[in-house]
Unconditional design. Structure first.
Length: 271
């Protein structure tokens, strides 16, 4: 028996990276998965984004756990297509219990990245929550929503580029969304929390363009940015974040709501 047997989880940005890790961990715990991803490129994002092949790989990996999965391409910036993709999964599985709002971009060096990063990382999360609320309420026994933020949602880190500033602003904004929805949805026994990872070894972080941005930032400031963690680990793994999410959405955390949980090897505490 898994801790999430009989549950259904909706995960955005599920094609790779953290989203795939969330899907696999929740599936291993017994949940069926509704997975969505854009599977396309956004102009301001310099690194390659997830593909249809990536999403198909997530489907295969989830099915290998024995769980069921419905996957679709959807843009979190578009409320109607996102809602339609979610409804396709609900039609297949009959209910919704868990939401992991994970989709995000990091156009850090992009001078024109402000609008895109706000639209995806903040407005897209709002759309995800709003799309899910009717289905979470439909079975009258509560649910759990986890917003994937960042240590950049708890500390004022970044650079002068609009993309980097927008990233930090959006990730801070998720804390506000989390707190207001935690209050709004508490009467329905729906819990809402946010998770704040330090650097995670995913294609969004571990790519040539992000490394070039960090190198350029070092050259301009005369010193490397202090991105070190307190614990002696340089980068976290997607499974580290998925483990925290799996706990938050389980009954083991049934009275945990309205918290911003750092999973950061002590990064924020150093600030």
């Amino acid at each position: 028996m898994g801790s999430l047997d009989g549950k259904v989880a909706f995960i955005t940005g599920a094609a790779r990276g953290q989203g795939r890790a969330h899907a696999l961990r929740l599936a291993a715990d017994g949940a069926d998965i509704i997975a969505v991803d854009l599977c396309d490129q956004i102009a301001s994002v310099p690194y390659p984004m997830a593909t249809h092949e990536d999403l198909a790989a997530t489907v295969k990996l989830v099915e290998d756990t024995g769980a069921r999965i419905v996957a679709a391409t959807a843009d979190v910036r578009d409320q109607s297509t996102l809602t339609a993709a979610l409804q396709g999964g609900i039609d297949a599985f009959g209910r919704l219990d868990i939401v992991v709002a994970n989709a995000g971009i990091a156009p850090m060096a992009a001078a024109d990245g402000w609008r895109d990063v706000i639209d995806v990382n903040l407005t897209g999360v709002y759309h995800t929550i709003e799309a899910a609320i009717p289905a979470l309420n439909a079975h009258h026994d509560g649910g759990s929503i986890v917003l994937i933020s960042s240590v950049a949602g708890l500390a004022g880190i970044g650079s002068h580029e609009a993309g980097a500033i927008g990233y930090t602003a959006a990730k801070h904004g998720l804390v506000g969304l989390m707190r207001v929805y935690a209050n709004l949805l508490a009467p329905q026994n729906i819990r809402v929390n946010s998770v704040h990872p330090a650097g995670v070894d995913t294609p969004m972080v571990n790519n040539e363009h992000t490394r070039e941005w960090l190198a350029d930032l070092t050259a301009r400031t005369g010193a490397p940015p202090d991105m070190g963690n307190a614990l002696p680990v340089q980068v976290l793994q997607p499974d580290d974040i998925a483990n925290a999410v799996a706990w938050l959405v389980s009954d083991a955390a049934r009275y945990i709501t309205g918290i911003a949980l750092p999973v950061d090897a002590g990064f924020v505490n150093k600030r």
